[in-house]
Design a protein around this ligand. Structure first.
Ligand SMILES: Cc1cc2nc3c(=O)[nH]c(=O)nc-3n(C[C@H](O)[C@H](O)[C@H](O)COP(=O)(O)OP(=O)(O)OC[C@H]3O[C@@H](n4cnc5c(N)ncnc54)[C@H](O)[C@@H]3O)c2cc1C
Length: 646
């Protein structure tokens, strides 16, 4: 490493990584007026989608909406570059309605790069960051402070905050059977040095892995043997800023086919050549994105598995074979894919492969995504042990916002599990003992009926506005929306209609049962078969001009699910009581009487910020939580100063 005759460049924030996390982090910091440098191993890989060509889907669509509500970019970017859009789970309740859009990968990357390049206060630099520079603690609390980064050329960027978003690149290696290459995803150059830096600074990294399927020449497939999957006619935007009229595009289809016994037999016959089953792969893979090998071995009773053929872009004939990610040797891949109906003559353009890489144990982070060990050092994305573009982008945005808040001397933004999927994501990463890549799912959110994708703006716009990423106009719009929703809900509850013949006739034409007695329009709207617009003939005093759909949609959901929503709100009150019982950072758990040994060790390791977070640490029992509560009662006076700590 060069001595300090290096060339120094001044900036405020260094973001290491141009992936989905890095882009959001860098945009948040620069949009809030801080000079920011985004480092990437290759500028052409900015916002690259190394795996599936889609954004959103179950719970991931919720994350994208929340990112947009807070002022992030992913939602706007996919609305500009999508190929097909579908609202999943429409037949189920609104809590699981999830938007999913097929992306034109090249356009998605190009468009995000353009947004970054046009952003004031933001500089892009193609370079490997090899070292993070620290200065000794100023304020005596023994914590070192970041003060810069060094790149492979020796140049130093002096800064006040560093955000690490290295994704799947650190000491990455890619495996196709016995063929192993020391590269990042898609043959990109990997990065190496920072792994040693983290280990040397008391934050040893661990090894995770993930995998991707082959890409094929779409011209070599026979689509007549597959089921077509079209997009929705009426496309719903991800972003609240997107004009729905711009979404009327010529959508591209996806296709559905299946593996079969022959596919499974080839895999079983060669399972010893799979790097996963041959024990060559060290990293731990994601349980919820299993490779086709895993599916065949773990679900042996299943005779077929779904295979979705998805376009990679409008100006390429490459297609993505979703559902068959693998790290089998090339010869096995050639044979196994050709057993799938429609793929008999498939031409593989890029092999399926597994990638293993270094990432941090997010238990070393605070809920703000700042490291517990070093001041001003934040981490986000796949580097934190998550998996998925959306999970990465959400963390990048929060890390960016909190790096700025730290430099402004303000309290960090910590979203609660009861407020956002982003809150669930970060709390789970930081508090739970995740031993594999963490993928978001609706089942992870206790209060999912409140955390719907349709009300992300009502839940989160205020936080985006408070930190400066949401404009006055956007904020005023959500306040107006909230007010109109409450007014219209109250109006429908007040208006009563009787069982008069005219009304009965209208109800009959709507295919719903006649009224036995008078009821309010709101009670009528609770009938599953009826929707807000259906009631118009029974509602002469309805607002004119008509209320926009974004308001009537909320009115309908809040009336139809009122009972469930109220029950969940009561649960949230209980939950938040414990979240507001803060625990001092310096508490000596190892000598706290009454705590079981395992709890002493776990609490000492995790250093939870509240009783609520402590109760979610595996190995901490309700009895241990009771001990903590008694301790807090006893020492309430002394801890007054602890409340403002996160
Ligand atoms: C093969 C593969 C399969 C995947 N399969 C799935 C899946 O099935 N399901 C799923 O949900 N997700 C999957 N993913 C994960 C998904 O791609 C990632 O979650 C997402 O890309 C993570 O975004 P990120 O911003 O954290 O990191 P990345 O997108 O990996 O970006 C990292 C960035 O950091 C830069 N960088 C790294 N080190 C340095 C350094 N030292 N100096 C400068 N720049 C540096 C790189 O150049 C890059 O710009 C897969 C990824 C890969 C590679």
């Amino acid at each position: 490493m060069q001595s300090d005759r290096s060339y120094h460049i001044q900036t405020d924030v260094c973001v290491i990584g141009g992936g989905h996390a890095g882009c959001e982090a860098a945009l948040a910091c620069s949009r809030l007026g801080f000079d920011t440098v985004l480092f990437t191993m290759n500028v052409d890989s900015i916002a690259m989608m190394p795996c599936n060509p889609h954004i959103g889907g179950s719970s991931k669509g919720h994350l994208v909406r929340e990112i947009d509500a807070l002022g992030g970019e992913m939602g706007r970017n996919i609305d500009k570059t999508f190929l097909q859009s579908r609202m999943l789970n429409r037949s189920k309740g609104p809590a699981v309605h999830s938007l999913r859009a097929q992306a034109d990968k090249a356009e998605y990357s190009r468009s995000m790069r353009q947004v970054l390049q046009q952003q004031p206060h933001l500089t892009i630099r193609q370079a490997e960051v090899t070292d993070i520079l620290l200065r000794e603690p100023e304020n005596g609390d023994g914590k070192k402070q970041v003060c810069g980064v060094r790149i492979h050329t020796g140049t130093v960027y002096d800064c006040r905050s560093v955000i690490v978003c290295t994704g799947t690149y650190l000491k990455a290696r890619c495996l196709v059977g016995e063929s192993i290459t020391e590269t990042g995803p898609g043959g990109m150059q990997r990065s190496t040095f920072l792994s040693d830096w983290f280990a040397a600074n008391g934050m040893p990294l661990r090894r995770f892995k993930t995998g991707t399927p082959a890409r094929m020449d779409g011209r070599s497939l026979d689509y007549s043997k597959m089921e077509i999957q079209e997009g929705d006619r009426k496309v719903v935007p991800f972003s609240y800023s997107t004009d729905p009229k711009t979404l009327e595009i010529d959508q591209m289809p996806c296709w559905l086919t299946y593996t079969n016994q022959e596919t499974h037999d080839i895999i079983r016959a060669n399972i010893d050549r799979s790097p996963i089953y041959a024990g060559i792969i060290e990293g731990t893979g994601p349980r919820y994105c299993p490779s086709i090998e895993d599916k065949v071995v773990k679900f042996a009773e299943k005779t077929r598995h779904h295979v979705f053929i998805e376009p990679e872009g409008r100006y390429t004939n490459e297609v993505y074979v979703d559902g068959m990610s693998s790290s089998m040797p090339d010869d096995v891949q050639q044979r196994m894919y050709r057993t799938v109906p429609g793929l008999e003559n498939c031409v593989i353009v890029r092999n399926a492969y597994a990638i293993e890489y270094d990432c941090i144990n997010a238990n070393l982070l605070k809920l703000s995504l700042e490291t517990k060990a070093v001041d001003g050092l934040f981490c986000a994305g796949q580097f934190n042990g998550s998996s998925g573009y959306e999970e990465a982008a959400a963390q990048g945005l929060i890390a960016g916002i909190n790096a700025v808040k730290k430099m402004q001397g303000k309290e960090p933004l910590v979203l609660k599990r009861s407020e956002a999927y982003i809150g669930v994501l970060i709390d789970d990463l930081v508090t739970k003992d995740n031993r594999e890549p963490y993928r978001m799912m609706t089942s992870r959110a206790e209060y999912r009926l409140l955390l719907r994708q349709d009300n992300a703006d009502l839940r989160l716009r205020k936080y985006g506005y408070d930190c400066g990423l949401i404009t006055e106009e956007q904020y005023q719009h959500v306040l107006y929306k909230q007010e109109e929703i409450e007014k219209e809900t109250a109006r429908l509850k007040k208006i009563r209609i009787g069982a008069a013949a005219g009304n009965q006739k209208i109800l009959e034409s709507l295919g719903t049962a006649p009224l036995k007695t008078a009821c309010s329009l709101a009670e009528l709207l609770c009938r599953p078969e009826l929707h807000y617009e259906d009631l118009a003939p029974l509602d002469p005093t309805r607002p004119d001009p008509a209320l926009p759909e974004e308001i009537t949609e909320q009115v309908e959901i809040q009336i139809k699910y009122e009972g469930y929503i109220e029950r969940q709100n009561r649960q949230v009150e209980q939950f938040e009581k414990l979240e507001r019982r803060y625990l001092p950072e310096t508490l000596d758990y190892l000598h706290m009487a009454g705590l079981r040994l395992e709890a002493q060790q776990k609490l000492h390791q995790f250093r939870p910020s509240s009783i609520g977070q402590a109760s979610r640490i595996s190995g901490v029992t309700p009895a241990d939580v009771a001990v903590l509560l008694i301790y807090l009662e006893k020492t309430r006076g002394e801890n007054r100063e602890a409340t403002d700590r996160h």
